[in-house]
Design a protein around this ligand. Structure first.
Ligand code: TYM
Length: 330
C-alpha cells in the first residue's frame, strides 16, 4: 500500500479552505492509502500564538480531523511535538537546504513584501521542518492545497540532493493537489486566498462557524456586475470561487453547475452555494460534538504518536548513520 502524509497547522480555527484543499482529501484517500495525518503544532509557533487559544485550536483541530471522517483505525493521527524526531530531522534538513532556496519560497517573500517586521528565523526555515515531516515517513504522496505545492517541491529537491550526497535514503514524494478547490479564495476579496489569519474577516468560513453566520458570509460574498454565472477566474473570481466551493462539496462538475445556473441571478446561485456549505458544516459540527463528548482525543493521539514514533525513530537512526553523526547502535 502506498503511503500518504499531510498536516495542517491550526494557527486558528480550521477553515473551509483547509477542508476543501486538504482535510476532505485525507479522508477520501484513507481507504486506498496508508494515511498519516498529523497536526503541525511546531509550525504554528513560527508566528506568536496566544498559548490558551493555541491549546484550544489544537484540540479542536484533532476533533475536526475525526469529525470530518478520519478513522484512527485506518489513519495515523498525531501531534508533531509528540514525535521529537521531527525537530531533529528538521535541523538536519536545514543543513541540506540552501538559503537561496528558502529565499524563493513565495509565502515568506509575500510576508516580507508586506513589510511585516520581526519575522522569525523559524518562519524562514519552516519549509525545512516540513521536508522532515514528509521524508521521515517515506511518503509517496502529499495531498495539499495549491499554496503548499512549492514547499513539497522544495522537499523533493532536497530529498534528491540528499540521496545523491549520502546514498539512497529518502523516497521522493509527489504533491497531490486537487483539480477543483486547490485554492479557495476569500469571500470578501476573491483575489486573495481564504485564510485563517484573516481573523474576524467576512471572507473566511470556519468549520465551526454558526450556520447562520456562514450563510451570511456566502450571501454577502463579493461578485461582479456581469450578472452571469460562468467559470472565469480572471474576470469573475468571486463567482468562479463559489462555483469551486459548490462543486467540491456537492460533487457536481463546474460545467454542470454553470448549465444549471445559466438563467439564475447571483442571489439564487449564492443561496444554492450556502445550502451546500451549510449542509456540510452541519454534518461536521454534529460529528465534532460527538467526538468532544466521547473523550477519545487523548487516546487517539497517544496511539497515533506511538505508531508514528516507531517509524520515525528507526528512520532517524538510519539517516544519522548515513550522515556519520550516529556512532553507536540504538
Ligand atoms: P496550512 O495549515 O497553511 O494549510 C493546511 C492545508 O490546507 C490547505 N489550504 C487551502 N487549500 C485550498 N484553499 C485554501 N484557501 C487553503 N488554505 C489552506 C493548504 O494548502 C494545506 O494543504 N506547512 C503546512 C503544514 C504542514 C504540512 C507538512 C503539510 C507542515 N508539515 C507536511 C503537508 C506535509 C501549512 O502551513 O499548511
Amino acid at each position: 500500500m502506498k503511503r500518504m502524509l499531510s498536516g495542517i497547522k491550526p494557527t486558528g480555527q480550521l477553515t473551509l479552505g483547509n477542508y476543501i484543499g486538504a482535510l476532505k482529501n485525507f479522508v477520501a484517500y484513507q481507504d486506498e492509502y496508508e494515511m498519516i495525518a498529523f497536526i503541525a503544532n511546531l509550525h504554528c509557533i513560527t508566528v506568536y500564538q496566544d498559548p490558551q487559544e493555541l491549546k484550544k485550536n489544537l484540540k479542536d483541530a484533532v476533533a475536526l480531523y475525526l469529525a470530518c471522517g478520519l478513522d484512527p483505525n485506518k489513519a495515523t493521527v498525531f501531534l508533531q511535538t509528540d514525535v521529537l524526531e521531527h525537530a531533529q530531522l528538521g535541523f538536519i534538513m536545514s543543513c541540506n537546504t540552501y538559503m537561496g532556496e528558502l529565499n524563493r519560497m513565495t509565502q515568506f517573500k509575500d510576508k516580507q513584501a508586506k513589510g511585516e517586521t520581526n519575522l522569525t528565523a523559524g518562519l524562514y526555515t519552516y519549509p525545512t521542518l516540513m521536508s522532515a515531516d514528509i521524508l521521515m515517513y517515506d511518503a509517496d504522496y502529499v495531498p495539499v492545497g495549491e499554496d503548499q505545492k512549492q514547499h513539497v517541491e522544495l522537499c523533493r529537491d532536497t530529498a534528491i540532493r540528499f540521496n545523491h550526497k549520502y546514498g539512497d535514503t529518502f523516497k521522493v514524494p509527489e504533491p497531490l493537489v486537487p483539480k477543483v478547490g486547490a485554492r479557495i479564495m476569500s469571500l470578501s476579496d476573491p483575489t486573495k486566498k481564504m485564510s485563517k489569519s484573516d481573523h474576524g474577516d467576512k471572507g473566511c468560513i470556519y468549520l465551526l462557524d454558526d450556520l447562520n453566520v456562514a450563510r451570511k458570509k456566502i450571501m454577502s460574498a463579493v461578485t461582479d456586475s456581469l450578472a452571469k454565472v460562468q467559470f472565469d477566474p480572471v474576470n469573475q473570481p468571486g463567482i468562479s470561487n463559489l462555483l469551486q466551493i459548490h462543486s467540491s462539496l456537492s460533487g457536481v462538475s463546474i460545467d454542470d453547475l454553470v448549465k444549471q445556473f445559466e438563467n439564475s441571478g447571483y442571489g439564487e446561485f449564492k443561496k444554492a452555494v450556502a445550502d451546500v456549505v451549510c449542509q456540510e458544516l452541519s454534518k461536521i459540527q454534529a460529528a465534532y460534538k460527538d467526538v468532544i463528548a466521547s473523550g477519545q482525543i487523548e487516546a487517539v493521539l497517544e496511539d497515533g504518536a506511538n505508531k508514528a514514533r516507531r517509524i520515525a525513530s528507526r528512520k532517524l537512526s538510519k539517516i544519522q548513520r548515513k550522515i556519520g553523526i550516529e556512532i553507536r547502535k540504538r
